[in-house]
Design a protein around this ligand. Structure first.
Ligand code: PEP
Ligand code: MN
Length: 328
């Protein structure tokens, strides 16, 4: 239940009293107090409804991430980026970290094209166990060195709760991939961290499942969450790797205060379709894009089929920025 109090001071007092009574999962945003486990105000005898309550709002399952609880856009500050609100963020980098030189060169190209966040996987969730699994800590070190040399943020995927300390030692932003969107142990582990988490949509996840996954992270205390639509499974696997759910973007912008970004690389699956797919997501209200790049896509270790060259990235980012300026 979300109770909208007459003012923030009253809400503060109600929160203090709830904590005093050891009620679990009670949160406050300005004049709103959210009780995640309580659905009826009669259970809260210490609240004098007539005097202090403005209204009682609907109870979304994913409470803390909802706009009902937190009407203002969340803005996340990282060392080199401001994410959310009217900001527009560009993220680029190779699918996988391949070498120190390569991630540095791709980072330079990404930075020149306007990106502030350098992506790249060192722990790769591969469908096949015999496919390249990532360089592990060596990759993290090369990735960190490139980001530092360029003054960019580092973002990399984490797949297991046991890797939180190791990955957290290097990265600025944790990426939770589509295959782990409902890995609840992982969500809880990154929820205990103080660095932002980019949460991709599960490839078959409903909006409520996705927001509830974000709520898992928030429920552990980390509210710096970025949502990323990366395409969902549909019925055509011949021409579409995934289907960019453009329509979910305005839906999320309405339901949640969290930044909503899009990844057209994994949605489209082939280079030629990445740019139009990304531009459509921006037109729909995405607050940023993430793409995979490679200078020699046919030699990329992973996901070369969908990589943009640095030149193609410049073209996409220039157009995306223009569209964002029009729609914001
Ligand atoms: C990736 O970003 O390289 C990746 C594995 O993405 P997804 O989780 O969306 O498949
Ligand atoms: Mn990839």
């Amino acid at each position: 239940m979300i109770i909208i109090m007459k003012d923030a001071l009253t809400a503060k007092m109600v929160l203090a009293e709830a904590q005093n009574r050891q009620l679990p999962h009670v949160y406050r945003f300005e004049n709103r107090v959210g009780f995640a486990e309580i659905k009826n105000i009669n259970e809260l005898s210490f609240i004098n409804q007539a005097d202090i309550v403005e209204t009682i709002a609907d109870h979304p399952a994913a409470m803390q991430v909802s706009r009902t609880f937190h009407p203002d856009d969340t803005i996340i500050q990282t060392p080199h980026s401001k994410i959310g609100g009217e900001n527009f963020n560009l993220i680029a980098g190779p699918d996988a970290i391949e070498s120190a030189e390569h991630v540095l060169a791709m980072g330079q190209a990404a930075k020149d094209a306007g990106a502030t966040i350098l992506r790249g996987g060192s722990y790769k969730p591969r469908t096949n166990p015999y496919s390249f699994q990532g360089l592990g800590e060596q990759g993290l070190q090369w990735h960190r060195a490139a980001a530092d040399a360029l003054g960019m943020d580092m973002m990399t995927e984490i797949m297991s709760p046991t890797d939180v300390d190791l990955v957290g030692k290097y990265t600025d932003i944790f990426q939770v991939g589509t295959r782990n969107m409902q890995n609840f142990a992982l969500l809880k582990a990154v929820g205990k961290q103080s660095k932002p988490v980019l949460l991709k949509r599960g490839m078959s996840a409903t909006v409520d499942e996705w927001l509830s996954a974000a709520e898992y992270i928030a429920s552990e205390g980390n509210c710096q969450i970025i949502l990323m639509e990366r395409g969902i499974r549909s019925f055509d696997q011949k021409y579409l790797r995934n289907t960019m759910d453009v329509s979910v973007i305005p839906v999320l912008r309405e339901l949640t205060h969290l930044p909503v970004l899009a990844d057209p690389s994994h949605a489209a699956g082939v280079t030629e379709h990445v740019t139009p797919t990304g531009l459509a997501a921006v037109a729909a209200g995405a607050q940023g894009l993430m793409i995979e790049i490679h200078d020699q896509p046919d030699k990329a270790w992973v996901d070369g089929k969908q990589a943009l060259t640095p030149e193609q990235m410049v073209n996409l980012f220039t157009k995306a920025q223009t569209i964002h300026d029009i729609v914001k």
